[in-house]
Design a protein around this ligand. Structure first.
Ligand SMILES: Nc1ncnc2c1ncn2[C@@H]1O[C@H](COP(=O)(O)OP(=O)(O)OP(=O)(O)O)[C@@H](O)[C@H]1O
Length: 737
């Protein structure tokens, strides 16, 4: 801010704004014109506007939302509760314009209440919007306009307008670190119902965000479908309705049946559009990233040989793994080639691509849904909501109208689809949410008023898990350990394993593992060729998948983070780079909290045991046992049978043939089969040492539980005989409980 206060243009702008009227500069509807040399200075950096600014200004003025600028600023100024709702269709200009107007509003108040933060439910959308808005405002990305997404903070001391992944903002407000405060907070894409967006709204509504200055503003931006619910939730705040764009969107054409091969059906529909030479870009919606990649491969093969008048279409994937390359979807292609963008739910509401004329919609989405009763994730293929289907249809714009092909019958969504997207808070593991609520001193998470209340059983399971992890004290409040766990941007069990590594002198290895488990479980993907498979096998570690992940990371670092090295092994280079960054962030955090670190010792026998102990301290809830040597694992916490994932090192190994009897796993998922992923062998004695005794006694009756209890009794007896050694062992185990 200091930079701005020393900027003459800012001082001139600010003085005139405050002297003339509270709303001067805000009510000015048209923005500066190229001829007005006096005003043709950017008030945010004091530099003259470039010609690019005026070029983009013309585009901005053509957006449907432009007509609502004055009314928005007026409501922001005068809203009695400080909350304003903005409701408009996708593509009307909400995500790019509202943040700029909020920045003008904050500037006119001299940024005395704080700066502007805009949340997005997808990190990639935050990045892409920051790039666009910096361009539209004629400012430098990373200076006045910035973004914060996992493992990348592109902001600086002069940042006035920050686009932020909502999960990150939630982490900031929960912890004592980070900026967390703002003068204007814009919660964009509320209709997506991300966990963080719902939670932030719940906390704001319950006035639990204590770090807010007195006169701050909250702007909630939504698709019209969620407006009535938000109106009721926020007590009828002032609402800006963005007018509908004049012109027509195509009437959808439905298929008679749902195709058995969606990818093939989508490819054929694209080829048909290309051969008919129907002008305009194409947007294809498929359910999953896997199908996006298959479709892109298949299209790239098939469109090349087509005898077309113009250049062959350019096929572009659009999914969370694309990184900054997503901007290519907005850019004009060389020689004016047609773009075919293949995506999934990511582009339901974000990524308004202005050149799209044709939409091909599978009507389905693949989502991960958590079942608290069996503590398992399932990949659920389900119809999209009616609101998403409408948003997809509206993506096809232009004159003459393009087309919208639905690869399903009309009755499909009418009968099966919900009206609105499901609130993600009702579909995820709630342990991190409950940890956060406890951090905000909300004693009973059920008390917090949310747009949709999560199921009581899901909350109970989360409380139970946090209790086992010793994150709660006897009164159900956050323990000291719980406070430290809540500081980490990791699931509670992984944060606990990381903390335990301080006790067991294996911080260096556990930091790597925490980063790899979070950013790059890419080692589990199948290799594509025999050479790849051989190179990959060389990275496998005999101790299991967890040690393999550490080994992959170390080899990656030794390669100098080389992209070609990763490609030769079929490893995801971008994900490994992310792991490297995250590891650095976690290390910094541990140093800030002044936790003891330890020297690298990967590969030694002592380190192997230490690492297992640290892992088990966090993951004792995720243990399974192969009771008869057939590879059918019984999970300890409930009566489910699961198999090792096909990519697990114990399955790809030629010998030994017998799978390990006791394993610790990272995820249990139910999709095509019941599958345990990222698995390492453990010794049951260690489990008895490290799991809280009441966890073991609460396990459902099974042969495994009896075995563990026998072990416990045996260990207790031997402790009487050799008190000194067992005191040391149990002493280790009790430190974090
Ligand atoms: N990252 C970007 N790069 C280039 N142009 C962009 C970018 N994002 C948006 N635009 C342009 O801004 C216009 C308005 O998009 P904007 O995202 O503001 O609309 P919206 O109403 O918020 O829609 P959505 O709900 O889909 O985000 C788009 O049509 C496009 O021309």
């Amino acid at each position: 801010m200091q930079g701005l206060n020393h900027c003459p243009a800012f001082c001139r702008y600010y003085q005139s704004a405050t002297m003339a009227s509270q709303r001067l500069g805000l009510a000015e509807e048209s923005g500066p014109n190229p001829g007005e040399s006096e005003l043709a200075v950017n008030p945010f950096d004091g530099l003259p506007f470039s010609s690019r600014y005026y070029e983009l200004l013309e585009q901005r003025r053509a957006l449907p939302i432009w007509a609502s600028r004055f009314i928005f600023l007026e409501q922001l100024e005068s809203s009695p509760g400080g909350v304003v709702l903005v409701s408009g269709e996708p593509g009307s200009g909400k995500s790019t314009q509202i943040p700029q107007w909020c920045a003008e509003f904050a500037l006119a108040r001299g940024f005395q209440e704080g700066r502007v933060t805009v949340t997005q439910p997808h990190p990639l959308a935050a990045l892409s919007l920051a790039m666009r808005v910096a361009d539209e405002m004629d400012l430098t990305l990373g200076h006045e306009v910035g973004y914060s997404i996992p493992q990348e903070d592109c902001t600086g001391p002069d940042t006035l307008l920050r686009f932020c992944w909502d999960g990150l903002l939630l982490q900031e407000v929960a912890s004592t670190r980070g900026t967390g405060a703002w003068g204007v907070l814009v919660l964009d894409e509320a209709q997506e119902r991300s966990v963080a967006s719902d939670l932030l709204q719940g906390l704001l509504q319950n006035a639990r965000l204590g770090n807010l200055p007195g006169d701050s503003r909250v702007v909630v931006v939504t698709d019209p479908a969620l407006e009535p619910k938000l109106q009721a939730f926020w007590g009828n705040p002032p609402t800006v309705h963005v007018p509908r764009r004049p012109g027509t969107c195509p009437t959808p054409v439905y298929r008679d049946t749902v195709p058995t091969d969606r990818v093939e059906a989508a490819c054929q529909a694209v080829i048909e559009l290309c051969t008919k030479e129907a002008p305009g870009d194409v947007l294809v919606y498929l359910p999953s990233e896997e199908e996006i990649l298959l479709c892109c491969e298949s299209l790239s093969r098939e469109v090349g040989p087509l005898a077309l008048r113009g250049p062959p279409p350019r096929v572009l994937p659009l999914h969370p793994g694309c990184g900054p390359a997503v901007q290519a979807a907005y850019e004009d292609t060389d020689l004016g080639a047609r773009k075919v963008v293949v995506t999934h739910w990511l582009a339901d509401f974000s990524f308004s691509l202005p050149s799209i004329r044709h939409v091909i919609d599978s009507g389905l989405e693949l989502r991960s849904v958590y079942n608290p009763q069996i503590r398992a994730e399932s990949q659920v293929l389900r119809p999209i909501s009616k609101c998403q289907a409408e948003a997809r249809r509206l993506r096809a714009k232009g004159v003459p109208p393009g087309s919208c092909l639905c690869l399903y019958p009309k009755s499909f969504l009418e009968l099966e689809a919900p009206l609105l997207p499901t609130a993600r808070i009702c579909e995820v593991n709630l342990s991190p949410v409950v940890l956060l609520l406890k951090r905000r001193q909300i004693a009973e998470p059920g008390e917090c008023h949310f747009l949709d209340q999560p199921a009581p059983e899901a909350l109970m399971q989360a409380l139970e898990d946090l209790d086992y992890l010793a994150a709660l004290d006897d009164d159900g409040n956050l323990s000291d350990l719980g406070v430290i766990l809540s500081e980490f941007p990791l699931p509670p069990e992984l944060a606990k394993a990381l903390l335990a590594s301080c006790e067991f002198n294996c911080v260096d290895e556990m930091l790597t593992l925490a980063a790899m488990l979070t950013a790059a479980p890419g080692f589990t993907h199948p290799p594509l060729s025999a050479e790849e498979a051989a190179l990959r096998r060389a990275l496998e570690h005999t101790d299991g998948d967890h040690s393999s992940l550490i080994q992959v990371y170390e080899a990656f670092i030794q390669s100098g983070a080389d992209k070609a090295w990763c490609q030769a092994r079929g490893l995801n280079w971008a994900a490994l780079c992310q792991a490297q960054k995250l590891r650095g962030d976690l290390l910094e955090l541990m140093q800030q909290i002044e936790l003891p670190l330890s020297q690298p010792a990967f590969g030694s026998e002592q380190n192997r045991t230490d690492l297992q102990k640290a892992l088990l301290s966090g993951y004792f809830l995720k243990v399974a046992r192969d009771t008869d040597g057939t590879g059918n694992y019984l999970l300890l916490t409930h009566k489910h049978v699961a198999q090792l994932s096909p990519y697990c090192c114990y399955r790809s190994r030629r010998s030994p043939t017998r799978p390990p009897p006791w394993v610790l796993y990272h995820t249990f998922s139910i999709s095509k089969d019941n599958c345990l992923s990222i698995v390492s062998e453990i010794q049951p004695q260690m489990l008895v040492e490290l799991a809280p005794p009441y966890f073991l006694s609460n396990l459902p009756p099974s042969e495994s539980r009896d075995l563990l209890n026998q072990l416990r009794e045996g260990m207790a007896d031997s402790s009487v005989e050799s008190e000194s050694s067992s005191t040391r062992e149990f002493g280790d185990a009790c430190v974090l409980q």
